[in-house]
Design a protein around this ligand. Structure first.
Ligand code: PMP
Length: 360
């Protein structure tokens, strides 16, 4: 069967070039005579794979010297607990901005270990916007500030970072890492599950500033202590070897294609195509506040759940799949991560126009 344009929120589409390279190397990697899946994580070949993945990620994100890159397991959801366990070192308190279901989960986990102070929320309008934030909200009696930089379910993102009065800023970058240039030194810690913009599910990238490592609470399990993993080069135990290998291929793909600034330009072009059409449409309405629109997850509705279902079903027949919105908000969501080609978005917009003509 031909490949479809897959607009899934994650796991999501991967660059075809990467899949083909992985396919080519699937049964025998290099001169090893075995698949990466069959290889000891202590082998020279795998050590090169993980070192290379780290080096290319460091290069494309311009990760400064005083940060460490980790390849961990447990998804972004494990970070919801790992971050408070490691970073609530002095005040046992953190500030949170509640911009949706993933923020809420981060807040709920942090509450097990200390105080999770919610400074602002956009729950009053179904998380369709990013609340206004001011420096005075971030009182110095906390250890860090946590934000969800892009809200996968609602299609919102921060277009400017909060002023945190010097408190380390932590961002859940699961659904926008590598999609736009970020200044890593603006953050104390960055984390992202891989299954959107990095690679296959199973690996979680953490980028952490050195001074935040080594002060975990006594109760912290070894596997949830950043120090355990920085000391062992992400190989305290068996890492998700194949996922790390594919992530490395994705980092190389970004590097080869002009790096994050070039990818970002295409991402802006893709998002503009969709939003411009949605803004002029009589049938579809975009749901996120214009100022806070995500470049990665574009959410929209017709206002009629039956019409939404018809659209999703007819789009699928055209090879435009997984456009159904998250079950908690309904409607539609087109996730247009780095690997979604411009061509896919053009085809989607053309289909939406046709659907509108036939159904408005
Ligand atoms: N944070 C965000 C912003 C997400 O979109 C998701 C998953 N879609 C998660 C966290 C949870 O990630 P995981 O499934 O890797 O735990």
């Amino acid at each position: 069967m031909d490949r479809v344009y897959n607009f899934a929120a994650g796991p999501a589409c991967l660059p075809l070039e990467v899949l083909l390279k992985a396919q080519k190397e699937l049964t025998s990697y290099g001169s090893s005579g075995m698949s990466v899946m069959e290889m000891s994580h202590r082998s020279k070949d795998f050590q090169e794979i993980i070192d290379n993945a780290e080096a290319v990620l460091q290069k494309i994100m311009h990760v400064p010297e005083d940060y460490r890159i980790l390849f961990l397991q447990g998804g972004a959801s494990t970070q919801f607990a790992m971050i408070p366990l490691n970073l609530m070192k002095e005040h046992k308190k953190a500030h949170f901005v509640n911009t949706g279901a993933w923020s809420k989960k981060a807040i709920a986990e942090a509450k097990r270990y200390g105080e999770a102070n919610v400074v602002a929320s956009s729950e009053d309008k179904t998380f369709s916007y990013i609340p206004d934030l001011s420096a005075d909200m971030f009182t110095p009696d906390a250890d860090y500030v946590h934000i969800t930089g892009n809200n996968t379910i609602y299609g919102t993102r921060y277009t400017k970072l909060p002023e945190t009065n010097g408190l380390p800023l932590v961002s859940d970058m699961s659904s926008y890492i590598l999609s736009e240039p970020v200044n890593v030194s603006d953050y104390g810690l960055i984390y992202a599950g891989a299954q959107k913009n990095i690679g296959p599910a199973g690996v979680t990238v953490v980028i952490i500033r050195n001074d935040l490592i080594g002060s975990a609470m006594d109760i912290t399990p070894a596997m949830l202590n950043y120090k355990t993993h920085t000391e062992k080069g992400s190989m305290f135990n068996t890492p998700p070897t194949f996922a790390i290998y594919v992530a490395g291929l994705v980092f190389e793909w970004i590097d080869k294609n002009g790096g994050i600034p070039a990818i970002h330009k295409v991402n802006e072009e893709k998002a503009k195509l969709l939003y411009d059409y949605l803004d002029g449409s009589k049938l579809f309405k975009p749901t996120a506040a214009k100022k806070d629109r995500s470049l990665m997850n574009v959410t929209f509705v017709t206002g009629d759940p039956d019409m939404d279902a018809k659209f999703v079903s007819e789009a699928a027949k055209q090879g435009l799949v997984t456009l159904k919105g998250h079950r908690s908000v309904g409607g539609m969501r087109a996730s247009i991560y780095n690997a979604m080609p411009l061509e896919g978005v053009k085809k989607l917009v053309a289909f939406m126009k046709q659907f509108e003509r036939e159904n408005a």
